[in-house]
Write a protein that binds this ligand. Structure first.
Ligand SMILES: Cc1cc2nc3c(=O)[nH]c(=O)nc-3n(C[C@H](O)[C@H](O)[C@H](O)COP(=O)(O)OP(=O)(O)OC[C@H]3O[C@@H](n4cnc5c(N)ncnc54)[C@H](O)[C@@H]3O)c2cc1C
Ligand SMILES: *[C@@H]1O[C@H](CO)[C@@H](O)[C@H](O)[C@H]1NC(C)=O
Ligand SMILES: *[C@@H]1O[C@H](CO)[C@@H](O)[C@H](O)[C@H]1NC(C)=O
Ligand SMILES: *[C@@H]1O[C@H](CO)[C@@H](O)[C@H](O)[C@H]1NC(C)=O
Ligand SMILES: *[C@@H]1O[C@H](CO)[C@@H](O)[C@H](O)[C@H]1NC(C)=O
Ligand SMILES: *[C@@H]1O[C@H](CO)[C@@H](O)[C@H](O)[C@H]1NC(C)=O
Ligand SMILES: *[C@@H]1O[C@H](CO)[C@@H](O)[C@H](O)[C@H]1NC(C)=O
Length: 531
């Protein structure tokens, strides 16, 4: 990975110095040529940051911010061009010229969209790539920061830690995820029980709207500012940056990772976890992860409990001894470290890894194919049912699960405060992850089928009417049963209810106001009302 990454960086640097030369605009009526001529009128420097398939670095740039091999195959649709935004005028010009010439754009920040919607489309399209818009400006006096959309979560954490070891920010675990898409979809991580989601801690934003205007919270108004904090990227405009409110963390946090086998009583521990994990003290977050492992003569399901406590080992052990003794946590399981180091621990880096790894993590392309799906659980799953779920996991082998407890701050925030509706009443969020390494459409179909049947199997145990889903684990299976015979509003009624519940109406209302012609769109964007 490392030598490849150096090669990649060299290539990218080379390209930045040797920009596109394929634009000696000749009169032509192709939409791309028209777009490029229009763009040159708006911003000359934008043309220096355009990459078309004629460019040697086109595929490198295209594939650097991709994190699912499913959408990087040679057969996957490719953009007409990629515009790497390095100035606000590049974003404005791209929007105005793409709109004028009827070209769809896909906006990309960190490229982690689990269905590749930021860099694949089924109609001719351009990628507006925000990865170079990546500054993080921390103002420790006001305990806030301005984070550009291309900044990674690792860079957010790293820059906060440069200023203070008593501050952090509640967001996801993977350091290469981009702030642009992550915050747009809610953003959760191991601080959520104490401080809520990323969007619960966003206080301002800069966005370019469909008319090319740069708006902040005041000029966009509270409706649009509400919608962009969880209503999903790619529906309302292009986020340039977010202003976040930092949250306090203790000088040391305690982390642990303990493994239990279902052959050795883990089912009882998991059952108790379901009952207690959302009721534990809000300084404590304990995730349960499930995967199939090989033992000497058989396969079994191994459960890993990963935890973080905002405090030190002694009080943590005392707390768990009272509320969750079944876990059997002991001192030697625990590690104390500054919060910033814990962000690497959660990403499975060895203890002692220098925190520079947060900003040096290779950005991609990531090898391997995956499919994610999600569910919300409101009642503990009975023990016998847990046993049958383990049996199915062992049978299909390629599905992993991650269970993330709610409670604490998540229950205090009303479901209408942001578009993210899954608050009180949810015990935990399930992420299903099916991953594979074999190339080819046949393998893909087999694993997508496994993923879907596992999801079907879980139906009796999870939320229903609607069966809720988490937007950041975007899933095109939900809602698109027969797209040929339904209006976009019918489809949005299906996926929109699952992602947003009753907040869907307000999202559609805002969309109708700010982008009535539906310029910003993708397979699961918010549609305007038909007009
Ligand atoms: C390995 C991995 C780990 C993850 N871990 C977590 C986690 O711990 N917690 C969690 O909540 N989620 C997690 N996710 C999900 C992740 O938060 C979402 O995929 C998120 O949308 C990614 O943001 P991005 O900028 O990297 O993605 P992108 O693919 O760039 O964008 C995602 C969506 O947002 C739109 N968008 C991107 N940038 C902008 C912008 N500037 N303005 C407007 N729209 C924009 C895109 O068009 C697309 O629709 C994880 C995903 C992966 C693959
Ligand atoms: C560029 O701008 C000039 C002057 O505003 C205008 O006359 C011309 O039509 C524009 N060209 C394109 C391709 O938009
Ligand atoms: C378990 O072992 C089998 C072969 O013995 C192998 O095919 C499979 O990939 C292994 N599974 C895991 C989860 O390691
Ligand atoms: C756990 O609690 C029991 C009593 O409830 C006590 O006897 C025991 O010493 C405690 N263990 C720890 C490690 O605190
Ligand atoms: C935390 O990170 C710092 C800076 O990289 C490093 O010096 C220190 O050893 C780390 N501590 C732990 C416990 O990982
Ligand atoms: C998909 O899964 C179902 C149920 O497990 C099975 O009957 C069917 O044959 C599978 N199809 C493919 C293409 O694998
Ligand atoms: C589309 O739906 C309508 C009404 O539900 C139905 O009458 C019609 O047969 C459907 N057409 C196709 C092609 O499925």
């Amino acid at each position: 990975m490392a030598p490849f990454f150096i090669l990649l960086s060299t290539l990218v640097t080379f390209l930045i110095l040797q920009p596109a030369s394929s634009l000696d605009a000749k009169p032509s009526s192709s939409p791309l040529q028209n777009f490029l001529q229009c763009l040159s009128n708006h911003s000359n420097s934008a043309l220096n940051n355009i990459y078309t398939p004629n460019n040697n670095a086109f595929l490198t740039i295209l594939n650097t911010q991709t994190h699912n091999h499913r959408f990087t195959a040679a057969t996957a649709p490719k953009p007409l061009a990629i515009l790497v935004a390095r100035d606000e005028s590049h974003v404005q010009g791209t929007i105005l010229c793409a709109k004028l010439h009827g070209i769809q754009i896909r906006i990309r920040s960190g490229g982690h969209d689990t269905e590749g919607l930021s860099y694949v489309s089924d109609v001719p399209f351009l990628i507006l790539d925000m990865f170079a818009f990546d500054s993080v400006l921390v103002d420790i006096g006001t305990q806030t920061a301005w984070v550009q959309s291309g900044a990674t979560l690792g860079a957010v954490y790293y820059n906060i830690a440069k200023h203070s070891n008593l501050h952090g920010f509640p967001a996801g675990v993977c350091p290469t995820v981009g702030a642009g898409g992550h915050f747009s979809g809610g953003g959760y991580g191991n601080l959520m029980r104490k401080h809520g989601l990323s969007v619960d801690n966003i206080i301002d934003a800069k966005l370019v709207d469909v008319n090319g205007r740069i708006l902040d919270r005041k000029s966009m108004g509270e409706d649009l500012f509400w919608a962009i904090r969880g209503g999903g990227g790619g529906s309302f405009g292009v986020i340039l940056s977010w202003q976040i409110r930092l949250v306090p963390v203790t000088p040391k946090v305690t982390v642990f990772r303990v493994k239990r086998d279902i052959q050795n009583g883990a089912t009882d521990v998991v059952y108790k976890w379901q009952v207690i994990s959302s009721k534990l003290h809000e300084d404590l977050f304990v995730r349960a992860m499930f995967e199939v492992v090989n033992r000497t003569n058989s396969k079994t399901v191994e459960v890993t409990f990963v935890g973080m406590f905002l405090g030190q080992t002694e009080p943590l052990i005392r707390l768990l001894n009272q509320s969750f003794p079944e876990l059997g946590l002991v001192h030697s399981d625990c590690n104390e470290m500054p919060w910033i180091n814990s962000t690497l621990y959660w990403f499975n880096s060895p203890i002692g890894t220098p925190i520079e790894a947060l900003v040096n993590a290779p950005r991609g392309p990531t090898p391997g194919y995956f499919k994610t799906m999600s569910d919300y659980v409101k009642q503990p799953i009975p023990k016998e049912s847990l046993e049958s779920i383990w049996n199915l996991m062992i049978k299909v082998e390629h599905v992993k699960m991650e269970w993330n407890p709610y409670g604490g701050k998540m229950y205090e925030i009303p479901p209408t405060q942001t578009p993210f509706p899954h608050r009180s009443g949810n015990l935990f969020l399930i992420e299903y992850l099916t991953s594979w390494g074999e190339d080819g459409i046949d393998a893909t179909n087999v694993y997508l089928n496994i993923s879907r049947s596992f999801y079907e199997y879980m139906t009796p145990y999870v939320s229903h009417s609607p069966r809720e889903a988490f937007l950041n684990y975007r899933d095109l299976n939900i809602g698109a049963n027969n797209p040929s015979n339904v209006t976009r509003m019918d489809i949005a009624q299906i996926y929109g209810r699952k992602y947003f519940r009753d907040n869907l109406e307000r999202l559609v209302y805002v969309k109708s106001k700010v982008d009535p012609e539906n310029f910003f769109r993708h397979e699961q964007s918010i549609p305007p009302l038909l007009h």
